[in-house]
Design a protein around this ligand. Structure first.
Ligand code: GLA
Length: 442
């Protein structure tokens, strides 16, 4: 009896520690704009209101972008009651005024703080004020909270974020909770019940190397992501000037393949036609926002050349060919094979690559493991080998085997269907580029 009583008390304690995040939010990856990548600490009421206006006039809202998020530096101190105080010079009408304006445009409003004593720009953090701040955010009309990890010293990450998640829940206003502890404590392993998205790496910067390095780190994380719980490889740099148009197309495509949150980080009031054509590519966005919420997995990795597959609802799929190298490549793409492969969880079903034509593909002669390239017997991808070594022993779910005849193939950047004369085709790929195809059921 005494044992049972102790067990019940222990269970009660466990449940009270469990976060109860707002389950109904972020069923598809959140989309919006955040001030940090372009404006850093130079935030103000005017900037945020102009961003909201531009969200409408540029067509971003129509394309699905929804949240306007003020990042660091809006806060300056706490008052004698511990209430957070916003910068009165930059936000003369207070934060509720800004939130109301954003809402009046049919958009949602987001704000930023940190789980430690200070934010990364040494503004007051949330530590010790979690319930008070959550109430304040609810009063402002906040819909999205990005919660950083600066100033955290020896705190336990899971407990700290759980505490804030519970505080938001108690304050009663549905708020998307964006965990930003840079992947330091493997949030993908514990943050599902706590928040709606979690950063998986350190900060992105506006360069090819930074972007592709972050992308590579997402490879093993697909299984943790899904509706209401997203891996976050950081905000977009599209349009900020440090990459070529081709590289920004690649950045955006890869983020969509990963079902990443799409938080634009550029100046919405000064977008070039190229930037707009990327951020507003609705066919690409639809791949990101697919209701199944599957993150793409890497089907073939030849170093500089990779094939990523994202299963979509209705037995459709997106395939992304990536040329990471500094050279132009001509690759032989076997659409018959791509039609048959199917991802599940972290692995693949369907047939393995066929033997190559004599000589292999130009640009990648006899390269192993790509369509048209030879897979060595027993190697991953070879007949009889597990589709992916990490998957050995994992039960395969039922899958419907479709073939090329069942699909039409859409080129997502050319915005047109392919007319295939044969089932394979050479595709020209500039340096640092992608090709994205959607296999659409006929
Ligand atoms: C951290 C975060 C960034 C940004 C800055 C603001 O570095 O990872 O995304 O919010 O803080 O100071």
């Amino acid at each position: 009896m005494k044992k049972l009583f102790t067990l019940l008390i222990a269970m009660l304690f466990t449940f009270s520690m469990e976060a109860q995040k707002f389950e109904e939010l972020a069923k598809t990856p959140p989309m919006g704009w955040n001030s940090w990548n372009k404006f850093h600490c130079d935030v103000s009421e005017a900037l945020i209101m102009q961003a909201a206006d531009a969200m409408i006039s540029s067509g971003m809202k129509d394309a699905g972008y929804e949240y306007i998020v003020i990042d660091d530096c809006w806060q300056v101190s706490r008052d004698e009651n511990g209430e957070i105080v916003c910068d009165a010079e930059r936000f003369p009408h207070g934060m509720k005024y800004v939130a109301d304006y954003v809402h009046s445009k049919g958009l949602k409003f987001g704000i930023y703080s940190s789980a430690g004593t200070v934010t990364c720009q040494r503004r007051p953090g949330g530590f010790g004020h979690e319930y008070q701040d959550a109430r304040t955010y609810a009063k402002y009309g906040v819909d999205y909270l990005k919660y950083d990890w600066c100033g955290s010293t020896t705190q336990d990450a899971k407990s700290s974020y759980t505490n804030m998640s519970n505080a938001l829940r108690t304050a009663g206003r549905p708020i998307v909770f964006s965990i930003c502890e840079w992947g330091s404590n493997k949030p993908w392993e514990w943050a599902g019940p706590v928040g709606h998205l979690w950063r998986t790496t350190g900060d992105i910067s506006d360069s090819w190397n930074s972007m592709i390095d972050i992308f590579e780190k997402q490879k093993d994380l697909a299984r943790y992501s899904g509706p209401g719980k997203w891996n976050d490889p950081d905000m977009l740099e599209v349009g900020n000037g440090g990459m070529t148009t081709e590289e920004y197309k690649t950045h955006f495509s890869l983020w969509c393949m990963l079902s990443s949150p799409l938080m634009a980080g550029n100046d919405l009031n000064n977008m070039t036609p190229e930037t707009k054509s990327i951020l507003l590519n609705k066919e690409m966005i639809a791949i990101d926002q697919d209701s199944l919420g599957r993150q793409a997995t890497c089907y073939r990795d030849n170093g500089d050349y990779q094939i990523w597959v994202k299963t979509l609802s209705n037995n459709e799929k997106a395939v992304c060919l990536l040329n990471k190298s500094d050279e132009r490549k001509s690759v032989l793409v076997d659409f018959d094979l791509l039609a048959k492969i199917r991802t599940f969880g972290r692995g693949f079903g369907g047939p393995m690559p066929a033997a190559p034509p004599a000589g292999g593909a130009p640009g990648m002669p006899g390269a192993p493991g790509i369509p048209g390239g030879q897979a060595a017997p027993g190697a991953p991808g070879a007949p009889g080998a597990p589709a992916n070594p990490a998957q050995a022993g994992q039960a395969r779910p039922r899958f419907v085997q479709l073939t090329l005849n069942d699909y039409r193939i859409r080129d997502i950047w050319e915005h047109k269907d392919l007319t295939l004369k044969e089932t394979s085709m050479y595709v020209d790929m500039p340096p640092h580029s992608v090709k994205v195809y959607r296999f659409i059921k006929k």
